[in-house]
Design a protein around this ligand. Structure first.
Ligand SMILES: Nc1ncnc2c1ncn2[C@@H]1O[C@H](COP(=O)(O)OP(=O)(O)OP(=O)(O)O)[C@@H](O)[C@H]1O
Ligand SMILES: [Mg+2]
Length: 244
């Protein structure tokens, strides 16, 4: 299948001379979920910024087809808008029709389980609910490529695990490609078709792990021997990189 995003021998040096990425090759196809793990400061967010088109690489080439949505850790909801009106914001900006906006907003709210809380303001929500609102806001747009930059990092472990399952359920109704940056190896293994390990700066992909689990992944998968084995191998790979 042809990739939605592909980078070939991409390098990026910031104007102050910091070389963030070197010779980075990544590709992600429709319906595919690819995670990136690596030490802090190795260039993961930089790579997502390049994939989004926010910044251009200083060498190498990239190719992206279709639309893109960035999902950040900080949910950045507008405090004066209700959950529903935060979720519908992008459609309003795109000047989608009223009934279209209502239909897509309701279906996104239903997917993340927030229909009952749709009239609440962000300050009336828990951290997990804020994150789900932010996800729903991205979901209404139905992009071809999702870029996730540690979206669940601020949540407690149980909320995070639950949102992992919900995210997979949501994505199973789409054919979008996802690039997902996380510091949690378990999260990467649980969600992904492939996990890419990045070296310390200047970041480059040094190892790829294919995750063989099928599409219907439930919490008990985390306790399987195969899950533990893969997580252990990825942890070991990271440990060796950091020890270099
Ligand atoms: N605008 C910028 N100008 C100069 N250097 C930058 C800029 N943005 C990031 N960097 C540097 O580039 C390197 C990679 O940063 P990046 O944010 O991509 O890392 P990261 O892998 O996302 O780290 P973390 O896991 O901590 O989020 C770091 O050394 C950082 O200091
Ligand atoms: Mg980052």
């Amino acid at each position: 299948m042809s990739p939605v995003f592909e980078s070939e021998a991409v390098g990026l040096t910031y104007p102050d001379g910091t070389e963030a990425l070197r010779n980075t090759n990544v590709s992600v196809a429709s319906g595919e979920f690819v995670s990136i793990v690596g030490p802090s400061g190795c260039g993961k967010s930089t790579l997502l910024r390049i994939a989004s088109g926010l910044i251009a690489p200083t060498c190498g080439s990239t190719n992206r087809t279709g639309t893109v949505q960035f999902v950040f850790q900080d949910s950045t909801l507008l405090p004066w808008r209700s959950v529903r009106r935060n979720v519908s914001l992008n459609l309003e900006l795109q000047k989608a029709g009223k009934s279209e906006t209502e239909k897509r907003t309701n279906s996104a709210l239903e997917l993340v389980g927030l229909l009952d809380s749709a009239e609440k303001l962000p300050r009336q929500l828990s951290g997990g609910m804020k994150m789900r609102t932010s996800l729903a806001r991205s979901l209404v747009c139905e992009p071809d490529l999702y870029l996730f930059d540690e979206p669940f990092a601020a949540l407690d472990e149980f909320s995070r695990e639950r949102l992992n399952v919900e995210l997979l359920a949501m994505l199973s109704t789409r054919n979008a490609a996802s690039l997902f940056v996380t510091h949690s190896i378990a999260e990467a293994v649980f969600l992904s078709h492939r996990v890419l390990v990045m070296s310390p700066r200047p970041g480059t992909i040094v190892q790829e792990f294919v995750i063989p689990f099928g599409p219907d992944r439930q919490q008990d998968l985390r306790y399987s021997p195969e899950f533990a084995r893969l997580s252990g191998e990825i942890a070991q790979s990271l440990r060796e990189l950091i020890a270099l």
